[in-house]
Ligand binder design. Structure first.
Ligand code: 5GP
Length: 179
């Protein structure tokens, strides 16, 4: 791939991702058992995962988007989170499925779950494509997990580095990381 050089290391191929997303979609379909879902897509990193995942869920659903910004340096969030774009409809009484790209420290998701609970949804559950156990600071309940990843800054399939690489079809990391 022309955007990538020899510092790139593949973690998950497109085939492996597609297979895992199919499995997650089937699991969600089974567990919600005909109940309508509100899929809450956390921008920007999860938009590609969400687009693939909802097409593997055989339930009536609607899609909402929320924009979050975590303050901190390039690689570490401080846990101070701001909602940069909120949902367009109330979530009261709905079964909300949060779709995240990656749980790293867990602070962003912890904030979001607490914030959503004040809006009186019927339930809140989480689907995250990736989870980095080495860096977890708070425990967050990820009911539907794609893959665990090593303590590397991962890119591709929607995840960026400084705004780039979201369009890489697979998931990998750059080592040494770009400066
Ligand atoms: P947390 O609050 O769990 O530490 O971090 C959440 C957010 O940080 C993720 O939603 C993602 O936007 C960003 N993030 C954390 N680790 C990585 C990573 O390895 N790669 C990319 N591209 N983003 C990450």
């Amino acid at each position: 791939m022309s955007q990538l050089n020899d510092t790139y290391h593949l973690l998950f191929s497109t085939e492996k991702i597609a297979e895992r997303v199919r499995h997650l979609g089937a699991e969600i379909t089974r567990e919600f058992d005909g109940k309508p879902l509100t899929v809450l897509v956390v921008l920007k990193g999860s938009f590609i995962f969400a687009a693939d995942l909802i097409r593997e869920i055989d339930l009536p659903l609607n899609v909402e988007f929320i924009g979050l910004r975590s303050y901190g340096d390039r690689v570490e969030t401080s846990g101070v989170v701001q909602i940069t774009m909120d949902v367009k409809h109330p979530l009261e009484g709905q079964h909300v499925l949060i779709v995240e790209d990656i749980v790293d420290t867990g602070l962003t998701l912890d904030y979001l779950i607490k914030n959503l609970s004040t809006r009186k949804p019927a339930s809140v559950s989480v689907a995250s494509l990736l989870y980095k156990p080495a860096r977890a600071k708070v425990k967050v309940p990820v009911a539907y997990l794609g893959f665990e990843v090593p303590d590397k800054f991962v890119i591709g399939y929607g995840l960026d580095f400084a705004g780039k690489y979201r369009n890489i079809k697979e998931i990998g990391y750059l080592e040494p990381p770009p400066v």
